[in-house]
Design a protein around this ligand. Sequence first.
Ligand SMILES: [Zn+2]
Length: 381
Amino acid sequence: MPYFDREDIEKLSRLKTEPYWVTSLFLATDKSQQTKKQIALNLKNLLTEGKNRLASLKVNREVLTSLEADLEKIGQQINFQLNSFNHPGLALFSSTGKEIFLIYNLPHPPRNRLVFDPNPYLRPMIAILERYHRLCSLVLSRRQARWYQVFMNEALLVEELTSEVPGKVKEGGWEGYESKRIERHIEAHVHDHLKKVSQMTFDLFKKKKFDWLFIGCEEKLFSEFEPLLHTYLKERFKGRIRAKISDSLEKIREETLALEMKLKKQEEEQIVLRFISELEGGGAAVAGLKDTLRQLNNNNLQLLLVSHNFSRSGRICPECRLLFLDENRCSNCQQPTKEVSDIVDETLAVAMVKGCPIKQITPPSKLDRYGKIGAFLRYKT
Ligand SMILES: [Zn+2]
């Protein structure tokens, strides 16, 4: 089962729960990082802290009752299911008044948190989505092809093709001119097969919109196949995996993820280097949280770079939603600002809403020396 995708997030963002609110829970459940006991304790603390917060929440009786029931239900359900969780994290949305209770597995551990809001709190899921590429691994032989979709660590066989290609000429069976003629005949079949594979890959691309295409096949076949790829796909073709048609789904998954990891690392390194050279050359770039926030408030970000899991408290203007590191008054409307527990998360959300692309960088990286956050700017200030 895939974790979740853009459609799930869109569905969640359209969830109608009025007049009730939604309780959103994010919990790291990575058992390789912490014991089951620790996870259960983290949950208990979140719920206790949540209950205290409810006591001072200004909502009507009916909304409050629904939220209280959410906490009760979450406590029961999660503790009950904790043994069977085999994923690094989970996201949960509950609105008891509307009988909504949804759980999603996450491909890497989120920060633990519990949020009460009229709407589901989706930022951590959006941030995860930004991190992953939609991958298509095509594995092919002279007569077969298989297409695998790999997304958020999970692989799925989505399409298969077996063409009618006659077997190779057996040694000693045919000789001379006749043998060559049959060889050519077979090669024509192989070529048709490859053309079909190319067309099917393009059809699949139109349907699934994958970002990167990987190919697994023999060298000789590859040099015949590659020129047949549609121009769009040539742009998306990022490398070859060591895989053959008879390989298991698990093997394809591992090879695909290994290549993705390698490419991602290269991509991140290049972008950080480009950022540093822009910055040190006095170009259109900014580093550090304070200056990045100022440029974000000015709508001047072109591409935001942030070290993954970098977190810090900060302040937000409740009126115009501008973000600050420590200013007590909004520089725009002079209203007192409010403290938020994670200003980096707010930054990601605002950037996303403004349509500014975000690149999360896996630490440790050279970005750490520049305050773990920075941006390319639209214009130099
Ligand atoms: Zn303001």
